[in-house]
Design a protein around this ligand. Structure first.
Ligand code: ZN
Length: 155
């Protein structure tokens, strides 16, 4: 188990486009395990590789604490509906803001063996997928916040 340093807003690595994963090496597997460990340690529900300084299209998500999901090279195939709610990011510590996202998404991604799969998600999981996949394009949720970014303590 290794906890990696989470990059914070202002770090240029968070604004870069990530590269497609074409092979899963031992180092890639270590990265994936470290991403899960780092996400759980920080009590987050999702983490994208650029948040630990690695420009690869890898995302880990777990919105319940019991359903770890790995997405390699994820793409949103379909989306519908709308949800508006508070969002936060491990790279923007202590802050939260209101963001509108699709209420449903269908994602295509690859597993650790680079086998493709599709997954449907609604509500919080759909929000997490959208948020994390945007990290791979170098975007942070703060660009989409409606109104002010707030301190978590002020809620
Ligand atoms: Zn984030």
């Amino acid at each position: 188990m290794a906890i990696r340093n989470i990059r914070e807003i202002g770090d240029p690595v968070l604004n870069k486009t990530c590269k497609t994963v074409t092979e899963v090496t031992g180092r890639t597997k270590d990265l994936i395990q470290d991403m899960f460990d780092t996400m759980y340690e920080a009590e987050g529900v999702g983490l994208a590789a650029p948040q630990v300084g690695i420009l690869k299209r890898i995302v880990v998500v777990d919105v319940t604490g019991e359903d770890p999901i790995l997405l390699i090279n994820p793409v949103i195939m379909e989306s519908s509906g709308e949800q508006t709610g508070n969002e936060g990011c491990l790279s923007v510590p202590g802050k939260t803001g209101v963001v509108t996202r699709p209420n449903y998404v269908k994602v295509k991604a690859y597993d650790e063996d680079l086998k493709p799969f599709e997954m449907e998600a609604t509500e919080l999981l759909a929000r997490a997928f959208c948020h994390e996949i945007e990290h791979l394009e170098g975007h942070l949720y703060v660009e989409k916040v409606e109104g002010e970014l707030m301190d978590v303590e002020s809620e």
